[in-house]
Design a protein around this ligand. Sequence first.
Ligand SMILES: [Fe+2]
Length: 457
Amino acid sequence: MHTLGINAVYHDSSACLIRDGTVVAAAEEERFTHEKHAKRPVPFSTWELPYHAIDYCLREAGIDLVDVDHVAYSYDPHLLGGQHRGATTITLPLEPSAHPVPSEWEAAWDPLFLSSIVNAPRQLADGAPHHLRARFRGARPDGPYQWHFVAHHLAHAASAFHASPFDHAAILTLDGRGEQATTAYGLGDGNQIAWLGQVNMPHSLGILYEQVTSYLGFLHSSDEYKVMALASYGKPAFLAGFREVVQVGESGQYTIQPPCLIEAFLRWSKLPYRRMSDVAAEVATLLVRDQVIGWFQGRMEFGPRALGARSILASPIHAEMQARLNDIKDREDFRPVAPVVLEEEAAKWFVDAGVSPFMLFVHDVRPEKADRIPAVRHVDGTARIQTINRSQNARYYDLLRTFHERTGVPVLVNTSFNTRGEPIVCTPRDAVESFWTSPLDALAVGSFLVQKQPREA
Ligand SMILES: [Fe+2]
């Protein structure tokens, strides 16, 4: 009995021929085409089969493709697009990555990827290049061999366990990814493999390794061995960071958490900081205590106004806050500071206030509210307001709403995060420098809080 194994989905496409349980030949396609790793693991190359390697294996065995009894292909498309099993059609947009990923797919190119794999039997029967056709002649999409799509990690496990000298063994497989699995573990017993568990996308130690390879300037899915060699020259300077990225869970599970660049910076700078569990609640508490907060969140604003991404925030409830802020920013003392107000509350606090997300319009403060927000009321009774709703900036909105719940005032002072003559801060480092060289009380940078000695202490 002859079994032909084909690996083709990602990289290092290859073939293997087994006769009655003995390996007759195995080869990688790159040896024949002189293209290293045979192909790049991109959706457009998924259909390519290792024809030269297959031809070589058949030749070594002295048979043609039609003499093969079983073909095993090391990927099971039904595990990728299970909901499409048995479907006669799927939809492939003409420019998949130009549109949002449809909910039934994990990635934009999955439909093309899936169709390339599902059609591998047709491709094997019809696609061999002209100079190799002799040994492929007579093959049809339905055989005469029997086709088997094999779960990717089962193929990895089988290639290691069945070739090992052990009858019983623990099995652990890790790669970039298979269909869903990125890691699998189980027990091998005789010719049986029983899985105990697997880790699924998007958590993949292999892809993390690929990303490190790319980050270092090498080609991923290719040059990982160079990183291995380079590692011997290094010291584990980033061990703590990687331990945060890779979180070990129960029963063989792990997750990969994207690294937080802000936290990496704070750690690097040796600043005392802590992660807030509820940013809105904790910062609102400081604002209620009349602390002045540097607020650095997400991408920065475009244009001259700080709108809640690079802002200095304070309570408007006491009149002296305006002078304090002008002192912190080293501004002329006649200049007003502006308010941000919950969009749904704006008209109750400012005359004729509509939606004003860019802080462009001046309104009179309603006379009955004037003594509640003296710090943002200019000498002529006006204020240039920013209105905010939750869809514009959820964290900023939640902060304001929490402050409203605690004080009855849906308004904060919002002035740009900069000190004298400086443009608005850009990076976390700018924010930290501005914070430590001015009398700001606390800095909320992402989910992290940096504080000086509390004023009341
Ligand atoms: Fe793999």
